[in-house]
Design a protein around this ligand. Structure first.
Ligand SMILES: [Fe+2]
Ligand SMILES: [Fe+2]
Length: 205
């Protein structure tokens, strides 16, 4: 057993966690990590999933954009579902107050723009994905080589956020500038397929 894994947690003790002590021993600031995960959970669920639902409604008439928005929306919900158990495993918890939780989000709320044109909505969606990429790469940096479980989760989510950015670059360039900037997007199998974060096979019929 490496020196740093010497037993801190006493036999039968349920107030401490070996799963936390081993990552602390490798240099992870666990309290800071929990805070960042709560901020990311709030961004995925409150500022993204919730507001994307509203934004998508207002893409009426652009059924192609709505399809893509639906995948991004549902995949962010899948991200939320992945993050929450990890927060509790680390000894953290979600704020009991939804407003307080919303206000801790690491990304600004993607509220319906005024006027709610497709260009304005797609710009907002693009910038939300960019915030998500920055937030998840920060978790990857913090956990790489130290906390394999959080790192694996964060890198799966990051994979999808990078795809989401590419999708919205493609759609915004087309809608606003009449330009073709392909994302390299293949369609998802089902809405919210989330191949990385749900560990689902890639759509390949
Ligand atoms: Fe996400
Ligand atoms: Fe996303």
């Amino acid at each position: 057993m490496p020196e740093k894994d010497k037993q801190i947690v006493k036999y039968g003790d349920v107030t401490q966690r070996v799963g936390v002590e081993v990552i602390r021993a490798r240099g992870v600031d666990v309290e800071k990590l929990i805070k960042m995960l709560v901020a990311n959970a709030a961004a995925e669920f409150a500022s993204t999933y919730y507001y994307y639902t509203i934004l998508r409604m207002h893409l009426a008439g652009h059924e192609d954009y709505k399809e893509i928005c639906e995948d991004a929306r549902l995949e962010d919900r899948a991200h939320w579902e992945l993050i929450v158990p990890r927060i509790y495993e680390l000894g953290g918890e979600l704020p009991n107050d939804l407003k307080e939780f919303h206000d801790q989000a690491g990304c600004v709320a993607a509220k319906l723009p005024n006027p709610p044109t497709a260009v304005n909505i797609l710009t907002l969606l693009l910038e939300s994905e960019r915030c998500a990429i920055r937030s998840w790469i920060a978790i990857c940096d913090m956990t790489f080589g130290k906390d394999p479980r959080t790192y694996d989760m964060a890198s799966r989510i990051l994979n999808e956020e990078i795809e989401h950015e590419a999708w919205f670059i493609e759609l915004l360039a087309h809608e606003r500038d009449g330009k073709s900037i392909p994302s390299g997007h293949f369609r998802r199998g089902e809405p919210g397929h989330a191949p990385y974060s749900k560990n689902a096979g890639f759509y390949n019929p």
